[in-house]
Design a protein. Structure first.
Lengths: 66, 66
DNA sequence: TCAAAAAGTAAAGAAAACTTTACATTTGTT
DNA sequence: AACAAATGTAAAGTTTTCTTTACTTTTTGA
């Protein structure tokens, strides 16, 4: 599962810590997701999409192995 | 978190077991999600949206408490 | 009505998401 | 170069997702 969080974050010019605060999670959680260490819950994915004003599908991309 | 799986399933005329098979999960998992016992992972939510030919946002609806 | 299919439920355990704490590395600015 | 902000990483622990097995209830259709 790939994601475009870093790019979306750049568009909004917000830091990992800033995004974490907006979404109500820890900075490490954002970092881990962004680095692909794990995939967020659907609730968090939906909140991210809402914050970035796009669809979940725009941020999280299914791959073969998913 | 509410979801519209039952309705989407009706549109496609597919059973819980059939959907489970299509998505590669157990029937009980589909049942539990449909009944709101838990929210699926983002990967499964994306697969559902793909199967139902809609957006994750169309199936899973954030609420206050999420 | 009677049988089969579908849906509901429960419990125990495995796997994945997420937190907290803490420290290291990189990047940007002066 | 030096300092601060941002990012990266790791480990231990909690919560949530999901599986398997198994049984009950509801719905459907011949």
């Amino acid at each position: 599962m790939k994601n475009t969080i870093k790019v979306e974050r750049a568009k909004k010019d917000i830091t990992q810590a800033g995004l974490a605060e907006q979404l109500g999670v820890s900075r490490q959680t954002i970092n881990a997701i962004e680095k692909g260490k794990f995939v967020p819950s659907t609730a968090l994915a939906l909140k991210m999409a809402r914050f970035f004003e796009c669809k979940v599908e725009d941020i999280f991309l299914l791959e073969e192995e998913d």
